[in-house]
Design a protein around this ligand. Sequence first.
Ligand SMILES: Cc1cc2nc3c(=O)[nH]c(=O)nc-3n(C[C@H](O)[C@H](O)[C@H](O)COP(=O)(O)OP(=O)(O)OC[C@H]3O[C@@H](n4cnc5c(N)ncnc54)[C@H](O)[C@@H]3O)c2cc1C
Length: 445
Amino acid sequence: MAKIVLIGSNHSGIAALNTLLDNYPGNELVVIDRNTNLSYLGCGTALWIGRQIKGYDALFYTSKDELEKKGAKFHMETEVERIDFDAKKVYARRTDGAAIEEAYDKLILATGSVPIVPKIPGIDLTNVKHVKLFQDGQTIDAILGDPAVKRVAVVGAGYIGVEIAEAIKRRGREALLFEMFDTSLATYYDPWFTHDMDKILADNGVELHFGEKLTSIEGQGGKVCGVTTDKGKYDIELVILAIGFRPNAALAKDRLELFGNGAYLTDLRQRTSEPDVFAAGDCATVWNNATDQFAYIALATNAVRSGIVAVHNAGGAEVESAGVQGSNGICIFNYKMVSTGLNLAAAEKAGYDAAYTDYEDLQKPGFIEHDNHKVKIRIVYDKKTRRIVGAQMASYQDISMGIHLFSLAVAQKLTIEQLALLDIFFLPHFNQPYNYITMAAISAK
Ligand SMILES: Cc1cc2nc3c(=O)[nH]c(=O)nc-3n(C[C@H](O)[C@H](O)[C@H](O)COP(=O)(O)OP(=O)(O)OC[C@H]3O[C@@H](n4cnc5c(N)ncnc54)[C@H](O)[C@@H]3O)c2cc1C
């Protein structure tokens, strides 16, 4: 029986914890986390700020008490300061100053990610916030309670920035969305899709400032009063930074092998370069089936999966990750976009001889008058091998289940021809006889 120390008890850590206690009884599990809370679903922050949900309580899916009942020992509000990998000991400090020392047989690092903060003048002013923790969401919510806060700058039009900009509008404030690229969601989607999203944001009153770089934040009496970009100056009362996250690998960066962006480099078992040390979630790499390489894809879904893989191996089994495809989705003012694998630009960058096939049609036959919206689909594939490397879909319809098919296709390296002849059922309540997945695949050149 082993003693396992787990640093970080959010999505990855909780998945690891539950898997260990459910499958490997008899092991000792000690969990250390610097936060006051655990299991907060960050995706709910925008829903709460925009008042699309009644409250934030249900954004926590478990609790320390519940997990302690399963047998875990917790040190919350305790920051790990140092790891002695040779002596196999973790040194931490509680917020009240008390020192904690825990020896381990196996160590799991699930320390997640931290927001990227640009080094620009004014960054330390009051009312400059980022969105990561439950506490961040609560702070922003409280600031928006002040009627004097009328104009909000959201910096970064990735999925978090776009969601927060929508929430600000829904809350009745002016939202100015700043982005260096000339479109939103540039990492995940091709322009055929991102232009839809840009239009939906603009049509719903979000003021888009794309191709524009924030250079400074101005203050008055220590509080934000404006922002300056390379193209203009704007009066602003709140700045929300959403320019991305970096892996939180501070604890072991000098000892463990790292990926290009500083994440802990792991193998398929989430094992680091130190045999008894595993890393999972936003602080670690995952295997990307679309590129056949290790990658950094910070998503809660990957955090959970990699946490499960890590702890099976820490618990004594030999379990390899099936890899991931970076499947993701977003829903803004009811418009839904989902994607998996690589978009065209990413496929080209990865070295594929990339081509794509597009199709656009109603979800159901035209005679179905209700709940029947246009769907657009793009499948990205390699011209030489015909292998599907990614797909994107968008609609006001809930088309989310469709993208899971493509996730599997990318993982299993299916060809576009295999998809064209796939048995896809037809019933007018659901879809068309010549449905858009088949039609897109059949029309691939
Ligand atoms: C606003 C927002 C919306 C999101 N929406 C989605 C979504 O819709 N879908 C999706 O898949 N993903 C989403 N994500 C991403 C997702 O939240 C992350 O991928 C996920 O939180 C990663 O989980 P994790 O456990 O690896 O790391 P984290 O959630 O970062 O947790 C790391 C834990 O480690 C602890 N810790 C760190 N360092 C120390 C230390 N030295 N000592 C002790 N404890 C430490 C922290 O306190 C924290 O509890 C969203 C993220 C945000 C911010």
